[in-house]
Design a binder for this molecule. Structure first.
Ligand code: FUB
Length: 335
């Protein structure tokens, strides 16, 4: 149990956590982060420093209550198809069952996405024998629409291997598009009724600029890098994601989960550390952003800690940008 959470402060300090996917299940906030570990290997652009092996589930009654760690709910040793690097997961609920979606490298070193099930939101989760056929790359996020159709969105550049799948199969030395060419978008697919398979092949989401042209690969301030998240607000779909090399969380709005989406702006400016990764959730009528930075470790090994803050919309549906430094400064002045 950790103390009552405060905006822009680590939600827990007894372990390093990253990539928080937050959901409200049974009127309680559940957070499904990845779990950063100490390591002695190389730190590089491939993300080899992120050698995560297991997942913990965190939860809290509300934002005035302590954060509970439900302990290890899945370990790579219990996933037959996976070899290493349990990166950013997400969770979903359907028909009395909870699902944990997670990426990991298979025994050939290729990132795939698997699913594990539990009768409880706090796990433990039991992994399916094989990864979800037709999935690849990293950072799965599941969005369930009002008609109960579930969608899985995924993909990440560089260490996440998205560039290597442009032909529809894995090409080890494939590079990303040239700077003037359309950027690679995240992949999206409908999930089957039992949530364990893709219903039709995944396809790419297109993100457009204000003139209706696809964002280009060289537009690093706006193009997709990793960490997709879809949420719905007042009938519109919001796709938010990390820009990777420019370290921002940005968002785009569309009329359908599968896009196209039109770029809107920055949600969170760069934080301490290289990666930035988030989720957005509504709880009791307010909206919250969960994200991570490296403040708890001071950046050592890029180990991260998860945080939250409130998100607010303008009357036209655009989102106010979050500014952790000034909000934290105001918080200190108030207390
Ligand atoms: O935590 C490992 C990887 O770093 C995630 O999968 C990415 O989104 C980035 O946060």
């Amino acid at each position: 149990m950790t103390n009552q959470p405060k905006p822009h402060q680590p939600l827990v300090t007894h372990i390093y956590t990253a990539d928080p996917s937050a959901h409200v299940f049974e009127d309680r906030i559940y957070i499904y982060p990845s779990h950063d570990l100490d390591h002695e290997g190389e730190t590089n652009d491939n993300g080899d420093q992120y050698k995560m092996e297991d997942y913990h589930v965190l939860s809290m009654t509300d934002f005035n209550s302590p954060v509970m760690d439900h302990g290890e709910v899945l370990h790579v040793r219990d996933v037959a198809w996976a070899s290493r690097q349990m990166w950013a997961p997400d969770a979903a609920y359907k028909d009395g069952q909870y699902y944990l979606f997670f990426p990991a490298r298979d025994h050939e070193g290729i990132f795939r996405i698997g699913v594990a099930t539990s009768m409880s939101p706090s796990g433990p989760f039991k992994a399916e024998e094989n990864y979800i056929e037709g999935t690849f790359s990293i950072d799965p996020a599941v969005f369930i629409d009002d008609d109960e159709q579930a969608y899985i969105v995924f993909g990440g550049l560089w260490g996440g291997q998205l560039e290597k799948w442009q032909t529809g199969r894995f090409v080890e030395d494939a590079e990303g598009p040239l700077p003037d060419a359309p950027a690679l978008g995240p992949q999206i697919a409908k999930l089957s009724g039992d949530m364990l398979a893709l219903n039709f092949e995944a396809h790419e989401i297109v993100i457009l600029d204000e003139a209706g042209n696809p964002l280009t690969a060289g537009d690093e301030e706006r193009r997709y890098f990793e960490g997709p998240w879809i949420h719905k607000y007042e009938g519109k779909y919001y796709l938010s994601y990390s820009t990777g090399t420019t370290h921002k969380l940005v968002y785009a709005i569309g009329d359908r989960p599968e896009g196209p989406y039109t770029f809107q702006g920055t949600l969170l400016p760069p934080v301490l550390g290289w990666t930035t990764h988030h989720s957005i959730v509504e709880f009791r009528g307010s909206w919250y952003l969960f994200y991570h930075d490296c403040s708890l470790s001071g950046g050592v090994d890029y180990k991260r800690c998860i945080k939250y803050t409130e998100l607010t919309y303008r009357s036209d549906g655009t989102l106010h940008r979050v500014d952790p430094d000034s909000e934290y400064a105001q918080d200190i002045k108030r207390s």
